[in-house]
Ligand binder design. Sequence first.
Ligand code: NAD
Length: 459
Amino acid sequence: MVEKHADFIVLGAGPGGYACAFRAADLGRKVVLVDPRATLGGVCLNEGCIPSKALLHAAEVIREAHEIGDWGIDLGKPKIDLDALRSRKDGIVGQLTGGLTGLAKRRKVETVRGTARFTGPSSLDIDGDAWTFDQAVIAVGSAPIQLPGWPDDDRIWDSTAALELRQVPKRLAIVGGGIIGLEMATVYAALGAQVTVIEFMDQIAPGADAEAVRVLHDALEQQGVTIHIGTKVTTIKATKAALTLSCEGGFAGDLKADAAIQAVGRRANGALVEPQAAGVAVDDRGVIAVDASCRTTVDGIFAIGDVTGNPMLAHRATHQGHVAAEVASGHVAALDTDLIPSVAYTSPELAWAGLTQAQAKAQGIAHKVASFPWAASGRNLSSGGGDGLTKLVYCPETHRVLGATLVGRNAGELLAECVLAVEMGATLEDIALTVHAHPTLSETIAFTAERALGTLTDL
Ligand code: NAD
């Protein structure tokens, strides 16, 4: 058997892995990129971020078509062709994954389809082929957590199955009110399902600002979604007629559903590549520990993205991918920030970065809070936006912005200004004295800063 050799090998072609491979190639390395999928892009492109955003766009159009009735425009009841919607979504995914193949070719990155596992500190097995390498990057991501004791039934979906859009069930139970659960609730409620979200913690989107979450919670309820917080699903039984979810806590009793989505978090895939064979430790959550330069404890082996633990977000993986490629190629680089923005692409969107009010309080950090309600935003009202809120957490002494939360239409896009502000140590004055175009939703950020400074004239 011929042993193959790679100068720089990346395991996993998600947004972390392909970004790492492409950056390394741009730095002059000879790169091999390995993934078991037929297409590049990992979970994000194939069965995560991108297909979910396509379905969320469709959901938003359905909702807007309904809401424009209040403006004297009757678009009628939308007729939904599920097959056409599914193929549109798949077409978008295909376009993007095809684009990645082109980018890999242009950079002369060799792509290998297969499943890799370590056999030593500088050797791998890829589907029976023996490889050696000089440097390797583990970018194998994460997988949905399966709750123990759930029956094996094709009406019980994980996020991948939910995005396949097999059917629109009459009654859909979603276990877990995190980002995946809430995005899927937004999609399936718009498509006509009666959706119930069951969340274990005392609010949906745990960890996000409670006041902003309330706005989203109320909006979802208005869209017909039933939400049970502080509630745990203890057992689930499957009969021919229905699924029965037994719940305890805030909602105690049985809940019947025609399909159920498990969205209770993701588990790192570290153990799958058997890193112990290379001397790289993996913990019992499947996580591989790294330093800010994405180095593992073994020289020449790096890890990036979901496999390195929370937050499991594509944009963090991409940045780590660049860092790993640069450090491996002799440059000095690090991802030395925990400022990783979060966005739930729900309707309305919920977006946050930096310290929340609750975190500042819990950590004993001196802080003040200012907010601006979107009911007072001309742009929001004139474009049919519902309730919304912009909230800044800042230092009372220096006026430096420490964190931001926005809920409302396009909150995810607006967040970028706040992330930059926190990253660059901007003050309230920096934001308030920057001229924001009128009328825009971005003005709500300047208005919030003005409110904190006592210079606001729009409230
Ligand atoms: P999550 O950890 O965000 O949310 C899971 C939720 O399930 C939590 O709120 C938890 O309290 C709840 N839960 C756990 N066990 C439960 C039980 N037995 N009964 C009821 N509730 C229970 O996980 P997720 O939503 O599955 O998402 C997984 C990962 O993917 C996260 O890291 C998320 O950030 C990421 N993701 C991000 C985006 C985005 O950025 N837009 C989209 C999708 C997923």
